[in-house]
Design a protein around this ligand. Structure first.
Ligand code: THU
Length: 132
């Protein structure tokens, strides 16, 4: 895999974060990812007066992935409103796992990690295939 330009991927996450709709938490989030075929997809959090309906930035990113042709994610980063690296929440790690290429890299608060490291022993599509 070609070297990941984390600075430019993070810059895309910052651009997405600036589009966030987060009037309830005032916690803007942006996410960006590189796809296996070289596209960059991104998303921001979109909140709702019914708080639980909020879409995390990763949800928007997955929509962008499919809107632009689908495929698998190979590198991912996420930022908060101060452009600092943010860990994806647990639900979003599951969401990302579904669409990750094996060994997908994430820029995290403790360095570059794989999806398997941030979601060990994950339940995923393979479990359904193997046990159905
Ligand atoms: N949020 C995300 O967009 N992604 C995460 O991984 C963590 C949390 C958003 C949801 C909500 O709009 C705000 O951050 C505060 O929880």
């Amino acid at each position: 895999m070609a070297e990941i330009n984390w600075d430019s991927l993070r810059a895309e996450a910052v651009l997405a974060m600036q589009k966030s709709y987060s009037p309830y938490s005032n916690f803007a989030v942006g996410a960006a990812a590189l796809t296996a075929d070289g596209r960059v997809v991104s998303g921001c959090n979109i909140e709702n007066a019914s708080y639980g309906v909020t879409l995390c930035a990763e949800c928007s990113l997955v929509s962008d992935l499919f809107r632009t042709g689908g495929g698998k994610l190979v590198a991912f980063t996420c930022v908060d409103k101060s452009s600092n690296i943010l860990m994806p929440c647990g639900r979003c790690r599951q969401l990302l796992f579904e669409h990750s290429a094996p060994g997908m890299l994430l820029e995290t608060i403790s360095g570059i990690r794989t999806i398997e490291q941030v979601l060990p022993d994950a339940f995923g599509p393979r479990e359904l295939e193997e046990r159905s």
